[in-house]
Write a protein that binds this ligand. Structure first.
Ligand code: PHE
Length: 345
């Protein structure tokens, strides 16, 4: 009997050694230790033996079983480790490879222009201010020397929400807010970039557009300050060779008032299709703050004077980047917007 057990054990250990993976190992386990396995079967033969031989026989079979079990466990460990190593090897990554590029969005051309203007004016000591887009008739018109029924209101076709509220037609509304809000009635130096609204829509006009306003109020502010400031502003935005031309105009909140043209930066003033062969491009409204505006908002026009100007940011961005339709600025087409990526480099 002992030889029989030894032989089964030897065969089992041999077969275990010859397996090559977990599956084969399991087959061997079933063959020897399973319900119908060889070692299980031999244990069942115990009943045929004389009583006194049974204990030593039992212990022999159990020892053989243990040996086979521990050999299986050992092999199992080995296969599992091999499997993990194989997996690790297959998932190996080269950390020295260059990273894949992150696709980042690009700055909107309008934001580029706004930031450029803000940087310039902040460097000259200006504050950057904001105001509400849903404005009152009082600030958008009345406090700017445009009483109800004033004919100049017709220049700006407005979106009224109630009889007293409208979408602001000009960032000039913030001029009145700043003057009124300044408790000390002291000097002011501000620019106001922001959205404005008028009832118009074509290739060069959008019902929503952007302006930037500037207001400077102090003692002894004169036309020379306005002219010098606009020169710095326009040369900075459109190039050192830019010339300015002041034409008399009318705005109720400035006196005298001007339309300011810049020399066409495409043809240098010779005349081309961009400037409609005139050599000039109309870009700004400007003037010396009307004494009524100062008075109405609590400033003494005998002590203080000021200048103001306002310009369309959309037009400025269009000229700067050669954009021919204003609506492109508001369609958010990625193909259009991503072209400005290259300008970051
Ligand atoms: N608010 C004027 C406009 O929108 C521009 C302007 C601003 C003119 C400040 C003079 C002074 O047309």
């Amino acid at each position: 009997m002992k030889e029989k057990i030894d032989e089964i054990k030897k065969n089992a250990l041999n077969e275990i050694e010859n397996t090559s993976d977990l599956k084969e190992l399991d087959n061997v386990r079933v063959k020897y230790l399973g319900k119908k396995g060889e070692l299980t079967a031999i244990l069942k033969m115990m009943g045929t033996l004389p009583k006194e031989e049974r204990p030593s026989f039992g212990s022999l079979v159990n020892k053989a079983k243990e040996e086979v079990q521990s050999k299986i466990a050992e092999k199992e460990d080995q296969y599992k480790t091999e499997e993990i190593n194989k997996k690790l090897e297959s998932e190996r990554i080269d950390v020295t490879l260059p990273a894949s590029k992150i696709k980042k969005g690009s700055k909107h051309p309008l934001n580029r222009v706004i930031e450029e203007i803000e940087d310039l004016f902040v460097s000259m000591g200006y504050d950057v201010m904001e105001g509400p887009e849903l404005e009152t008739d009082e600030y958008n018109f009345e406090r700017l020397n445009l009483p109800k029924g004033h004919p100049a209101r017709d220049m700006q076709d407005s979106f009224y929400i109630t009889t007293e509220h409208l979408l602001r037609t000009q960032t000039s509304a913030v001029q009145a807010r700043t003057l009124m809000g300044n408790k000390e009635k002291g000097p002011i130096r501000e620019i106001v970039p922001g959205k404005t609204y008028r009832r118009e829509d074509d290739a060069t006009h959008s019902h929503q557009f952007n302006q930037v306003e500037a207001l400077v109020v102090d003692k002894d502010i004169s036309f020379a300050d306005l002219k010098g400031t606009l020169e710095i502003f326009m040369k900075h935005m459109l190039g050192e060779n830019t010339q300015l031309r002041f034409r008399p105009s009318y705005f109720p909140f400035t006196e005298p008032s001007y339309e300011v043209d810049v020399s066409c930066f495409k043809c240098g003033g010779k005349g081309c299709n961009l400037c409609k062969r005139t050599g000039w491009i109309e870009l700004l409204g400007a003037g010396i703050v009307h004494p009524n505006v100062l008075k109405m908002n609590g400033y003494d026009p005998d002590i203080y004077s000021g200048f103001a100007f306002g310009t369309g940011l959309d037009r400025l961005a269009m000229f700067k980047y050669g954009i021919t339709d204003i609506r492109l600025l508001y369609e958010n087409d990625v193909r259009f917007l991503s072209q400005f990526d290259r300008m970051d480099k």
